[in-house]
Ligand binder design. Structure first.
Ligand SMILES: [Zn+2]
Ligand SMILES: [Zn+2]
Length: 260
């Protein structure tokens, strides 16, 4: 086993009953990484890991459901019990520092996030090397700049790819090709457009069938759907994804662990 994934939150932009928005704990090469930190994730993280011992947080995009619990996390690190001397790394898309300053200035704490974390805006064309863990980025189409993530241990084959939030795209098919596990969003209902939706606008999210098709075409080992509401019928989502994937598909459940 080289990568352990724990689902902390798999809700879409509003939480499931007792759930959390996007948040995934990854343990690999002796590091503990938090991927995204949406609403409700900080409390879930505390059930599974010491928040002060997270080595780095990596944010896939700046939507609220992927970032808002950085606020309580930052308060825990700055005004909570002193637990570590250095600050966890926080890798975020370009523009994050300004965006979080604007957000936190609403209550007069402009530098809250960068006071708590060692904030670094990543270069989406570059690659991160974190003590034996390599992270790559792939821009994907969404309503704001968003990046799929690939994580693997240096010198090992096992790869985990997370789609971030995205509409249908070819880039993710190539980026995920041959990955052991693809954690992929499946937010959009397979139904006619609402009156306020523009048929000429490309969708910013995937249906379960879209997710299954991307998984099949990229030849991934395991396909795990996430970012769907508990108000939907899980059997229907799974059936739609499996019909397109051609093999069994797993639905992310909070607290569930996957080992690669
Ligand atoms: Zn989202
Ligand atoms: Zn989003």
């Amino acid at each position: 086993m080289s990568i352990r994934l724990t689902i902390l939150g798999k809700s879409p932009s509003w939480q499931d009953r007792d759930g959390a928005c996007s948040g995934y704990l990854l343990e690999l090469a002796g590091l503990s990484l938090l991927i995204d930190c949406g609403s409700g994730v900080f409390a879930k993280l505390r059930s599974h890991h010491d928040y002060a011992r997270i080595d780095a947080v990596i944010v896939s995009h700046l939507h609220a459901d992927h970032t808002l619990d950085l606020v309580p996390y930052a308060y825990a690190l700055t005004v909570g019990p002193p637990l570590r001397a250095d600050r966890p790394l926080l890798y975020a898309p370009p523009g994050a520092r300004d965006a979080w300053r604007r957000l936190c200035s609403a209550w007069g704490s402009e530098t809250l996030i960068e006071d708590a974390f060692e904030l670094r805006e990543y270069d989406p064309d570059g690659e991160l090397e974190l003590n034996g863990v390599r992270v790559r980025f792939q821009p994907v189409p969404h309503y704001v700049p968003a990046y799929a993530l690939e994580l693997r241990c240096s010198g090992e084959d096992g790869r985990l790819v997370f789609s971030s939030d995205c509409g249908p795209n070819e880039e993710l098919v190539e980026f995920a090709r041959g990955a052991e596990l693809l954690l992929i969003e499946a937010t959009r209902l397979d139904q006619p457009l609402r009156d306020d939706e523009d048929p000429n606008e490309p969708p910013g999210h995937l249906t379960a069938a879209d997710a299954g098709a991307i998984g099949r075409r990229s030849g991934v080992g395991r396909l795990v759907l996430t970012h769907f509401s508990d108000q939907l019928d899980p059997d229907q989502i799974r059936a739609q994804a499996q019909a397109a994937f051609g093999r069994p598909v797993e639905l992310a459940r909070e607290g569930e662990r996957y080992e690669i």
